[in-house]
Design a protein. Structure first.
Length: 280
């Protein structure tokens, strides 16, 4: 992870943290006291909430992306929160133990069953649903925390605050680690110029490869368009798709040339992702 990526990741964490602690600063003291447990069971729930609450909030955010995808008749490809993961393999969804730290903070991917309709609008809805779920459920859990008094006060407050923090962390900065935030990806996708064309080409290539389970039907001109993006990680996918295209067409000479280009990006891509792409 390079210096720019580290700074952008830290920025996202800081913005989320500032949002949460700003809220805590302005909350009345009598409400703050509701966080503190009053008995053995509440103490148990409180400490469990400290561990589970953040990941529950992340799961709600990713559930927003998943719900928007399924409502548009997309199918689940990948859903990860912390160590818990679901992924599609051989047309079946299976549970797996996640060891890729890049996915630890949550990721969700769906794909259309057929490449039809307005892919930009479909994916825009999916991107926007994550922050929307965080904002919505953040409000719901803070409402429960404010108006009700129970052993679950700590859980409701923690999930509510972190959900609101996630909303800001996925909408204000441009990147979180290697990946664009939801807001930045949405902004790129809806761009009416070259950036929007690149994002659409990237979507089409990704979905086509998932549907066909190979790269034979990808369009070279669109892959080369992706390679002209200013972001190295986007360029990488353009070169990878072209590499996969020539490899599947058994054009060894061109595949080897593309592989050499890909090696220039190897330090940028997390080891787990690089390994999964089977670049040989």
């Amino acid at each position: 992870m390079n210096k720019k990526m580290i700074i952008e990741s830290l920025l996202g964490m800081v913005i989320g943290g500032v949002a949460m602690f700003t809220f805590l600063h302005f909350i009345p003291k009598e409400l703050l006291l509701k966080f503190y447990p009053k008995g053995d069971f509440e103490t148990f729930v409180f400490f469990i909430s400290l561990l589970v609450g953040p990941f529950f909030a992340i799961a709600l955010h990713e559930l927003g992306h998943l719900t928007a995808g399924l409502l548009q008749k997309h199918q689940l490809q990948l859903f990860v929160v912390a160590f818990f993961g679901l992924k599609r393999e051989n047309q079946r969804v299976r549970l797996f133990f996640n060891k890729e730290m890049q996915y630890f903070g949550g990721v969700c991917a769906t794909s259309p069953i057929k490449l039809e309709g307005n892919l930009k609008i479909q994916f825009a809805r999916i991107l926007g649903a994550g922050p929307l779920f965080s904002l919505l459920f953040g409000g719901v859990f803070l409402f429960l925390f404010y108006y009700f008094d129970s052993a679950w006060n700590g859980f409701n407050g923690i999930v509510g605050l972190i959900s609101i923090a996630l909303f800001f962390a996925t909408t204000i900065p441009s990147k979180s680690g290697l990946f664009f935030t939801d807001r930045k990806r949405l902004q790129r996708l809806l761009n009416k110029g070259k950036v929007g064309e690149i994002e659409l080409a990237l979507l089409q290539a990704s979905f086509q490869m998932l549907l066909d389970q190979n790269a034979k039907n990808l369009e070279i001109n669109k892959l080369q368009l992706i390679q002209t993006d200013t972001e190295p990680v986007v360029q990488f996918w353009g070169f990878f798709f072209e590499y996969a295209y020539y490899k599947d067409h058994q054009n060894t000479e061109k595949a080897t040339l593309l592989k050499n280009n890909l090696l220039n990006y190897q330090t940028l891509i997390p080891k787990g992702i690089w390994k999964s792409l089977a670049i040989d």
